[in-house]
Unconditional design. Structure first.
Length: 370
């Protein structure tokens, strides 16, 4: 995607002061803004700050993302969609295989469910991006899409959800103006999906979250020569704010509850949870000579370990914290086998899978992973 470069005219007064503080550095205004989070003391102050930011950036539409942490790379905030957070292209290609398999499973599950409207099903079947959007929004697997919202309160609520540090971060992105349910901007290479308009009526979550999903248009075959930084939505950041989750910040306002953000009475959630549990059980077209059941068992166990121990890993990729394995060679052997499974599944033998599945089970038992 094209980068949105900032100049003095795009900055709020607080952002201008921030740049003044770093004026002696050789960093550009854009890198200063994207490398520092400005603290706001109240929800009202945040609203006023974003109102000024909107006024100073009339050529773009503002969208928001709330996070528990401000992940940095080379002193700049990073906002990769989950599928691009791995540095290894083979891993990314494997994750695309998982994604496409999950899309097929989604269509099959929707067909089998009598509660799904048939007209809506036809549209979901026709539009691959809509399938990806559902899988992303319900956190089934990694996708090339990034979740955003147009609600500042929704973003703030996500920023503090299950947040032990009580410090939330709000990312403000400047994107092309939307012109429909799926807006494709061929100048900026950005696609924006308005979930409220295109999502199935069986999906409740997008309505409560006022959700949008964005991706780089012309998402590449990762074997091509596109630079990875072109896939990072930090290229569209206008500002980063941080706040303390306390009474002083919220004042007369209050955050949206987890139950409201993730409603229980959600048919699509029920369907997607089943797919999530089976996402690594790939078809024989992909696994070919390898036992798909054993392959799925191994990758599912590995994923469970990752989710439990590496929830803060910005690479979002399968790795085990060394503190949980006393023998480093044991760890290296497991990681090497996992890479073999992902990169060359046809070379993996059933007895190897069984042996390493048992290793992972032992690791989980020893560390009481639920």
């Amino acid at each position: 995607m094209r980068a949105y470069l900032l100049s003095r005219k795009n900055l709020t007064r607080k952002l201008s002061l921030l740049c003044d503080e770093h004026i002696k550095s050789k960093n550009t205004i854009t890198s200063i803004v994207r490398g520092n989070a400005i603290e706001v003391s109240s929800f009202y102050d945040l609203i006023m700050e974003i109102a000024e930011l909107s006024y100073r950036n009339p050529d773009v539409m503002l969208f928001y993302r709330g996070q528990n942490n401000n992940y940095m790379k080379n002193n700049i905030a990073t906002l990769y969609p989950t599928i691009y957070r791995a540095s290894d292209k083979s891993n990314i290609n494997f994750d695309f295989k998982v994604l496409n398999e999950a899309s097929l499973k989604l269509i099959a599950a929707l067909k089998a469910d009598e509660r799904i409207d048939l007209e809506e099903l036809k549209e979901i079947k026709k539009i691959k991006l809509l399938q990806y959007s559902i899988l992303q929004h319900y956190e089934v697997c990694k996708t090339p899409l990034l979740d955003l919202t147009q609600s500042i309160k929704v973003a703030c609520s996500f920023a503090i959800l299950n947040n032990k540090n009580d410090i939330g971060y709000i990312y403000v992105l400047g994107l092309p103006y939307i012109n429909g349910r799926i807006s494709v901007d061929s100048e900026e290479y950005i696609t924006n999906v308005r979930l409220l308009s295109i999502s199935s009526s069986a999906a409740k979550r997008p309505f409560f979250q006022e959700g949008y999903l964005v991706q780089t248009e012309f998402t590449p075959d990762i074997e091509n020569n596109m630079k990875m930084d072109e896939l990072d939505f930090n290229r569209r950041l206008l500002a980063i704010y941080k706040f303390k989750n306390n009474k002083q910040f919220w004042g007369e306002e209050s955050p949206i509850s987890e139950n409201a953000l993730y409603p229980n009475d959600d048919i699509m959630k029920e369907i997607c949870n089943k797919i999530k549990d089976s996402k690594y059980y790939l078809s024989n077209k992909i696994t070919k000579n390898t036992n798909a059941k054993l392959l799925g068992d191994f990758l599912t166990l590995w994923s469970n370990i990752e989710n439990n121990y590496n929830s803060k890993n910005t690479n979002n990729h399968l790795s085990i914290d060394k503190s949980y394995v006393h023998d480093e060679s044991y760890l290296r052997t497991l990681i090497a086998f996992r890479n073999k499974v992902v990169h060359n599944p046809d070379l993996v033998k059933d007895d190897e899978l069984i042996k390493n599945i048992n290793k992972l089970k032992t690791l989980m038992d020893n560390n009481k992973i639920q």
